[in-house]
Design a protein around this ligand. Structure first.
Ligand code: ZN
Length: 283
């Protein structure tokens, strides 16, 4: 389902006469100039002069940075709350909450799929209708992803693909999946750029729904894993810094001195580093 949405987002809505190559617009301008020259002598076709290119072309510009975890570990359901193991109900609940926010509800047999981009709550005000439920919007969203790979937006123009029809001026809030930066070639119809045809490069989001973080959801999740489904959640975890051994400072013996020289470790904060960890669930 998401794939279909992405196709809709990226598919060119160009009319039959729309230009899709970087040189298309220029070629058309040249044609218009040539037509003007011709009309001076023998009154050639007015159609070329009056033609207005209102096509909307959305193409991928910069793909999203994949959410790759730095390290992975397993969480064994059968060990939960067993003496001598780290698996606890509380930890399972925490990881399930993360899992739920990283899954997109769709038409797949499992009922949901792993989100391929960062999910963020996007507040928006629609500025221009681009057709096919795609909109140019003034938007705001918090930073997302490991080490905030997706920077926060504040009063930022973005391209949105909404689930339901909407109109210019509408404001709202969606759960949006970031699908990277797109190049949007269009003719603006909002002040002060009305009538100006140009290309904007902006972050794009597809509206989606995530799994509900509820006891019922957790129970179903446990059953799915026990039935053999491969599930994982990615979280940011604080771990001890390897460089300084969690001490937070680097110790250097000084010649002729009984005390060591201490320099703060450049790779951590007080001995801790935050890394992205993928937890795979096993029965
Ligand atoms: Zn360190």
């Amino acid at each position: 389902m998401i794939k279909r949405l992405l196709l809709v987002l990226l598919v060119s809505a160009a009319s039959a006469s729309g230009q899709t190559t970087p040189f298309g617009t220029k070629a058309k301008a040249n044609a218009a100039t040539a037509a003007e020259t011709a009309s001076a002598t023998k009154g050639a076709s007015k159609a070329v002069e009056e033609e207005v290119d209102n096509s909307v072309v959305i193409t991928p510009f910069r793909p999203l940075t994949p959410a790759e975890a730095k390290t992975s570990r397993t969480f064994q359901l059968s060990k939960v709350n067993k003496f001598g193991f780290t698996e606890t109900t509380k930890e399972l609940q925490r990881l399930y909450s993360a899992f739920a926010t990283q899954r997109i509800i769709d038409g797949s047999p499992a009922g949901s799929s792993k989100a391929t981009g960062y999910l963020a709550t996007v507040n928006y005000a629609l500025v221009q209708d681009l057709g096919d439920n795609r909109f140019l919007a003034k938007a705001a969203w918090p930073a997302a992803g490991p080490n905030e790979v997706l920077a926060a937006g504040a009063d930022t123009m973005a391209v949105l693909l909404l689930e339901k029809p909407a109109k210019v001026g509408d404001t709202g809030k969606i759960t949006g999946m970031h699908v990277g930066t797109v190049a949007l070639l269009f003719t603006a119809n909002y002040a002060p750029l009305t009538g100006k045809r140009f290309t904007l490069r902006r972050e794009a989001f597809v509206e989606c729904a995530t799994l509900e973080d509820s006891p019922t959801g957790l129970q179903k999740f446990v059953e799915t894993v026990n039935a053999g489904a491969e599930m994982s959640a990615t979280t940011d975890e604080q771990v001890a810094c390897k460089k300084c051994g969690g001490f937070g400072q680097i110790r250097e013996p000084q010649k002729g001195s009984l005390t060591d020289k201490l320099t703060p470790c450049a790779e951590c904060i007080k001995g801790k580093v935050v890394i992205s960890v993928e937890t795979k669930f096993i029965p």
